[in-house]
Design a protein around this ligand. Structure first.
Ligand code: ZN
Length: 364
């Protein structure tokens, strides 16, 4: 198996400032300056575990490069790109567009590298140069809409990769995007909502972020499936959603490639999400996607990194996904006790949420 891997040290240099979680520091309100939730460590440590475990020797490095303005314009407005570029050139940097997406000077160049990394991996997988792959890029992308960034995302990395591929390979290129980040993939959804050749599927904690998107009744032209899950969903609920909705939808849609917006904030130890997925859970979901990819699109499966904010656990989630993709196992999960929590059983209110989304598969 040839598994592509994108990472560049510059992704760790994207500076999100001294926030207090997702709040700006404010002594009057008792908010002591600390770290932004979206800090470099949780991403850098995924890469370092991949190196230290030795898995890196079994991966094919796919170099990241800066996406051009023309490439970014395949899904973003020129005004958005120009504003980010302008603020990025100032001494103190700027914000993606919602005042919770800060970036320091040079942030434009790093965000363009992240989008370029996604473009390169997409093409490498689609062309068959590698069988599958993972782009460990930062800043993340799935919340960014055409006109602005939001939720730590500046450019919609996966959407840009798809937009560029559609220019190269034609509008009829069929793509499925599965988003397993704990937050709704609202940006990817909004960009492709009316595109019948792009099937977007988002599994997320119901109305965690954004607070007003991700409902099951948003279907666009019939190729958008939201699976809002109740807080506390574990492996039972996630596997049920995959077996009953995600996999049958992919089988029916018959894409040319399957993409994953991969956030490890659905993990049991994440500070932002309230779900129970473990490294083993991410491995199983990866396996399910690899199997259906083998069935429908020659195994073509690529992932771009999104969220995941526990710096001690996200590395093992990343390692387990890449071990499964490459077929090479280096290390077990030292935190595997999370697999034994009783919350992993499928509960009836989880099943009913999934069953609602299942009705959309019949209409595909
Ligand atoms: Zn997230």
């Amino acid at each position: 198996m040839r598994t592509g891997y994108v990472y560049h040290e510059i992704f760790g240099w994207h500076d999100t400032g001294t926030f207090v979680g997702d709040m700006p520091s404010d002594p009057g309100a008792g908010l002591q300056p600390y770290m932004n939730y979206e800090h470099p460590e949780s991403k850098k440590r995924i890469h370092e575990l991949i190196v230290v475990s030795g898995l890196i020797d079994h991966l094919v490095r796919v170099p990241a490069r800066k996406a051009s303005e023309t490439e970014l314009e395949t899904v973003h407005t020129k005004e958005h790109i120009d504003r980010i570029k302008k603020e990025s050139a100032t001494r103190l940097g700027g914000d993606g567009g919602d005042l919770t997406t800060p970036f320091a000077r040079g942030g434009y160049e790093i965000a363009a590298m992240a989008a370029g990394g996604a473009i390169e991996l997409f093409e490498s997988v689609l062309s068959g140069e590698v069988n599958n792959g993972y782009a460990l890029i930062r800043p993340p992308g799935h919340h960014a809409i055409r006109e602005r960034g939001m939720g730590y995302c500046i450019f919609s990395n996966m959407a840009v990769a798809i937009g560029v591929a559609k220019k190269t390979h034609g509008e009829n290129l069929r793509v499925v995007v599965v988003d397993w980040d704990v937050h709704h993939g609202n940006g990817t959804e909004s960009i492709f909502l009316n595109d019948p050749n792009i099937l977007t599927i988002s599994l997320h904690q119901n109305r965690l972020y954004p607070h007003d998107t991700g409902d099951v009744d948003v279907v666009g032209v019939g190729t958008n499936i939201n699976i809002p899950l109740p807080p506390g969903t574990g492996h039972g609920g996630y596997y049920y959603a995959f077996d009953e909705v995600v996999i049958p939808a992919i089988r029916k849609f018959k894409p040319d490639i399957i993409c994953v917006a991969s956030g490890f904030d659905s993990s049991v130890y994440d500070p932002l999400g309230r779900m129970l997925v473990t490294a083993e859970g991410y491995r199983v979901m990866t396996r399910k996607l690899m199997d259906v990819a083998n069935e429908v699109c020659g195994g073509k499966l690529m992932m771009t990194h999104e969220g995941g904010y526990n710096a001690t656990y996200a590395p093992f989630c990343g390692l387990f996904v890449l071990q499964e993709l490459s077929g090479v196992t280096k290390l077990p999960d030292p935190f595997a006790h999370g697999n034994d929590y009783p919350g992993h059983e499928l509960k009836s209110h989880e099943a009913s949420s999934v069953d609602e989304a299942k009705k959309l598969v019949a209409k595909l």
